[in-house]
Design a protein around this ligand. Structure first.
Ligand SMILES: O=C(O)[C@H](O)COP(=O)(O)O
Length: 206
């Protein structure tokens, strides 16, 4: 009986470092991001976890994080499924803009609403609710059955696709999710009950 699901956000990307809205753009990891990804693998190993399957997005920063973590873990050949449903929220017209420049132009509050609210989309992009509308069905139909089949499953994805998953797993409301941040390279381990509810949640912090 495993029923274990581990979520990990990709390590720091070039555009995280440059403070740019990224969304579906595809920058690589920075050196720090590579270290964070390897560190995630070491933390998973230290926790005694070995995986049956991994899921990731179609974006390089999540895929590379997964590869680096699996190398550290000693599971470089683990079966991996890549799917667009796990991509970062589409930041629309904000993609490529500097986050401080955006605050100067539209105001701190408006930018915070675009970045953290549940149902207000950035111009031309996806709200967290829109992101959830593709993440949740994928979780239910593709990821959860692997977990419930006594599996130990790793998901390497993005700040907002993982916020959508955490919202569902933790049963958070649209107001409660506003305060939730997902740290880069810090694995979140869920053990599920037989009814798919969460039995235990552990964050593998330093
Ligand atoms: O797409 C991005 O810019 C980041 O990956 C997440 O950005 P956020 O912290 O603004 O949600």
């Amino acid at each position: 009986m495993s029923r274990t699901l581990v979520l990990v956000r990709h390590g720091q990307s070039d555009w995280n470092l440059k403070n740019l809205f990224t969304g579906w753009k595809d920058p690589d990891l920075t050196e720090k991001g590579v270290e964070e990804a390897m560190d995630a693998g070491r933390r998973l190993k230290a926790a005694g976890l070995t995986f049956d399957i991994a899921f990731t997005s179609e974006l390089s920063r999540a895929q590379r994080t997964l590869t680096l973590a699996l190398d550290e873990l000693g599971q470089p050949d683990l079966e991996t499924i890549r799917h667009v449903a796990l991509n970062e929220r589409d930041y629309g017209d904000l993609s490529g803009l500097n986050k401080d420049d955006a605050r100067a132009k539209w105001g701190e509050e408006q930018v915070h609403i675009w970045r953290r609210s549940y149902d207000v989309p950035p111009p031309g992009g996806e709200s967290l609710k829109d992101t959830g509308a593709r993440v949740w069905p994928y979780y239910i139909h593709d990821i959860l059955p692997k977990v419930m089949n006594d599996g130990t499953v790793l998901v390497a994805a993005h700040g907002n696709s993982l916020r959508a998953m955490v919202m569902a797993l933790d049963g958070l409301t649209g107001e409660e999710i506003v305060g939730q941040e997902i740290a880069t390279g810090v694995p979140i381990v869920y053990r599920l009950n037989a009814d798919t509810s969460v039995a235990e949640k552990t964050v593998l912090e330093g």
